[in-house]
Design a protein around this ligand. Structure first.
Ligand code: FES
Length: 157
């Protein structure tokens, strides 16, 4: 009545060496994941952003038509910062608010009627987005603006 299949083989005891090896394997995998995921996100992000930016054609800002003259409003276009400016002569400008130097967010400087980047002192023209001073190598991207009753519609130029 001795069934050879019912007899289990004794489990070898876990040696200290095997335990350390298993621990090192788990720690190595966790370390690789901790390094690899941010790298993956860093490499994938520009492609994802470009796809998102291309998918959004226009943004409607409800109530933005009430923006006073000589003032600016920050908003997001396809998830990226942008700036809407209402000029003294009742014209409008909408620009990307991402500095073309290293990507900081720019701000309207009403005292000098300019757009400034605080990171390295870049200055842009508030009407055109042209880079006029500092390290930015090119102008801010401009959008088309339609000021309507009750809203301002911003679309790709
Ligand atoms: S990031 Fe704007 S001037 Fe450098």
């Amino acid at each position: 009545m001795n069934n050879p299949e019912s007899i289990s083989e004794p489990v070898p005891p876990l040696t200290r060496r095997a335990f350390v090896k298993a621990g090192m394997t788990v720690a190595g995998a966790a370390y690789a994941a901790a390094l690899g995921y941010p790298l993956y996100r860093y490499l994938a992000t520009p492609a994802e952003r470009a796809a998102l930016l291309a998918a959004v054609k226009e943004v409607a800002l409800d109530g933005a038509d009430k923006l006073p003259r000589h003032a600016a409003l920050m908003f997001k276009f396809a998830g990226r910062p942008a700036i809407l400016l209402h000029h003294d002569d009742d014209t409008w400008t909408a620009l990307s608010a991402v500095c073309t130097h290293l990507g900081c967010t720019v701000q309207f400087d009403p005292e000098h009627n300019a757009i400034r980047c605080a990171c390295h002192g870049g200055i842009y023209d508030a009407r055109t987005g042209a880079n006029v001073s500092g390290p930015p190598p090119k102008p801010l991207m401009a959008f088309k603006v339609q000021a309507l009753t009750g809203k301002v519609v911003i679309s790709r130029a």
